[in-house]
Design a protein around this ligand. Structure first.
Ligand code: SF4
Length: 393
C-alpha cells in the first residue's frame, strides 16, 4: 500500500508580516489549547473512520509558525497521529520554525517527539530587507537557530529565502545566498515575493510607497540562483526547491512536498488545511473559532472527510489527469513519467495531451529526458512556469 502523508496546520504567529496572506493569526494565543484539542479530535475522528490503519511516511507541521506554540502541543498532536496511523520508522517529520522562536529546550522536546526535519524561515540575510518584510528576526537569529538545531541533533534543515524584495539587488541577493550556504543547510527553498491583495504590502505598492522589482530583475535573480547553487552541489528538483546529497548519496529532497508533486495521497488537519485522498479534495474552514466549533458540533460524512470541511470535491477523470500534469511538471529534474501516467490512468499522456505537448515542445518550454520516458520543464520553462501550467487548467 502507498503510504500517506499528513499535513498539520498551526495558524498562529507572533505578528502578521506585511506580505503574508497565509491562513494565520496574531494575538490569538488564547485559542492555542482548545485549537490543539480540536486538532487531536479531528485526527481521531478521521482516523477512526478510515477503513484501516494507514502507514504514514511524512508529516509536515506548517503555518503560521508551528515553533511558536509550546512543544508539548506538538508532542500531543503526534501522539494523536500515532494512535490512529502507523507512522513508519523512517518517516520524515518536518516542522516550520521562525528564527527567534527556536530555543534549545523547544528543539530538544521536538526531537524527542520525533520531529527530524526543520524548515527555517530565513528569508534574507540583509536587515533592511527583513525590516521591509516586517519580519521580527535578525540575520544573527538565523545563525543561532541553526546552531541550536545542530546541537539538538537535527541533520536535515531547510532554509526558506525570498527574492524580488523591494530594494533588493543582485549583490544583496548573492549575499543572502552566501549567508545561507555558509550555514550548510541540506535543502533550500527560494520563493519570489508576490504582492497579495489585502496585505499591507499591497497597499504600499498601490499608494506608490513601495516599488516592486521588475519581472526582468526577479528573473535574473532566479536564473543566477540556478547556476550558483549548482556550483555548490545542489540539485534543483522543483521550481523553488534545491537539495544536497546526504551521507547515503541520496538527494535530501523534501519527501512531504514530493507527495504533492507526485500526486499521491495526503490528509490535512487544522484550520484551512487541504487534503487529497482517493481523488477527493477536502478543504477545512479557515477561521480558528469556526474550526473548533465545527469539530465539536458537526458530524463528518465518511472517510476522508472531516467535520471541519468547508469544501469537498470529487475530481473527475479529466481533472485528475490535468492536475497530475500541473503538479508533476513542477518537478524540474524528473518531470512527469509517461509510464506512471499510463499505469494510473490507463491512457497515454501523449495521446491525451498531444496538442499541448507539441505546442510546449515547439516553444522550448518543455523537453524530453530520461531516454524520452519523462517530460520536464526547460530552463525557459522554469522561468515561465505559469505559461506552461495554464495549458493544463
Ligand atoms: S511568520 Fe510566516 S506565516 Fe507568520 S505572518 Fe509571517 S509570513 Fe505569515
Amino acid at each position: 500500500m502507498i503510504p500517506v502523508s499528513i499535513y498539520i496546520h498551526i495558524p498562529f504567529c507572533v505578528h502578521r508580516c506585511a506580505y503574508c496572506d497565509f491562513n494565520t493569526y496574531a494575538g490569538m494565543e488564547k485559542w492555542i489549547p482548545s485549537y490543539v484539542d480540536a486538532l487531536c479530535k479531528e485526527i481521531t475522528l478521521v482516523g477512526n473512520a478510515a477503513p484501516q490503519m494507514f502507514p504514514v511516511h511524512t508529516i509536515f507541521f506548517g503555518g503560521g509558525t508551528p515553533s511558536f506554540i509550546p512543544a508539548i502541543f506538538i508532542q500531543k498532536i503526534l501522539t494523536a497521529i500515532r494512535s490512529q496511523f502507523l507512522i513508519l520508522e523512517e518517516a520524515e517529520i518536518t516542522l516550520e520554525a521562525n528564527p527567534g522562536s527556536v530555543e534549545p529546550e523547544l528543539l530538544e522536546t521536538l526531537r524527542l517527539a520525533g520531529v527530524n526535519r526543520l524548515s527555517i524561515g530565513m528569508q534574507s540575510a540583509v536587515q533592511e530587507e527583513l525590516s521591509l518584510l516586517t519580519r521580527t528576526h535578525t540575520p544573527d537569529d538565523v545563525k543561532q537557530s541553526i546552531r541550536f538545531a545542530r546541537q539538538a541533533g537535527f541533520e536535515n534543515i531547510n532554509l526558506d529565502l525570498m527574492f524580488g524584495i523591494p530594494g533588493q539587488t543582485m549583490d544583496t541577493w548573492k549575499y543572502s545566498l552566501d549567508f545561507a550556504l555558509s550555514l550548510d543547510p541540506e535543502h533550500l527553498s527560494l520563493y519570489c515575493l508576490t504582492v497579495e491583495e489585502g496585505t499591507p504590502l499591497h497597499q504600499w505598492v498601490e499608494k506608490g510607497k513601495t516599488i516592486m522589482p521588475s519581472e526582468d530583475e526577479t528573473a535574473e535573480m532566479y536564473e543566477f540562483s540556478m547556476d550558483y547553487l549548482a556550483e555548490f552541489g545542489f540539485l534543483q528538483y522543483e521550481i523553488s526547491n534545491w537539495a544536497k546529497p546526504g551521507k547515503n548519496g541520496e538527494w535530501q529532497m523534501c519527501r512531504h512536498n514530493l507527495q504533492y508533486w507526485n500526486y499521491l495521497p495526503y490528509l490535512g488537519f487544522g484550520a484551512g488545511a487541504h487534503g487529497f485522498f482517493e481523488n477527493i479534495r477536502t478543504e477545512n474552514v479557515r477561521a480558528i473559532p469556526k474550526y473548533i466549533h465545527q469539530i465539536n458540533h458537526l458530524i463528518a460524512q465518511a472517510f476522508p472527510t472531516s467535520p471541519a470541511n468547508d469544501r469537498v470535491l470529487k475530481l473527475d477523470f479529466q481533472e485528475q489527469m490535468k492536475e497530475y500534469m500541473m503538479v508533476g511538471l513542477r518537478l524540474t529534474h524528473n518531470g512527469v513519467q509517461l509510464e506512471d501516467f499510463y499505469s494510473r490512468f490507463g491512457v497515454s499522456l501523449l495521446e491525451i495531451f498531444k496538442k499541448e505537448i507539441n505546442f510546449l515542445l515547439s516553444r522550448d518550454l518543455i523537453e524530453w529526458c530520461n531516454n524520452q520516458r519523462n517530460l520536464r520543464l526547460t530552463r525557459k520553462g522554469k522561468l515561465l512556469g505559469n505559461q506552461v501550467f495554464i495549458h493544463f487548467v
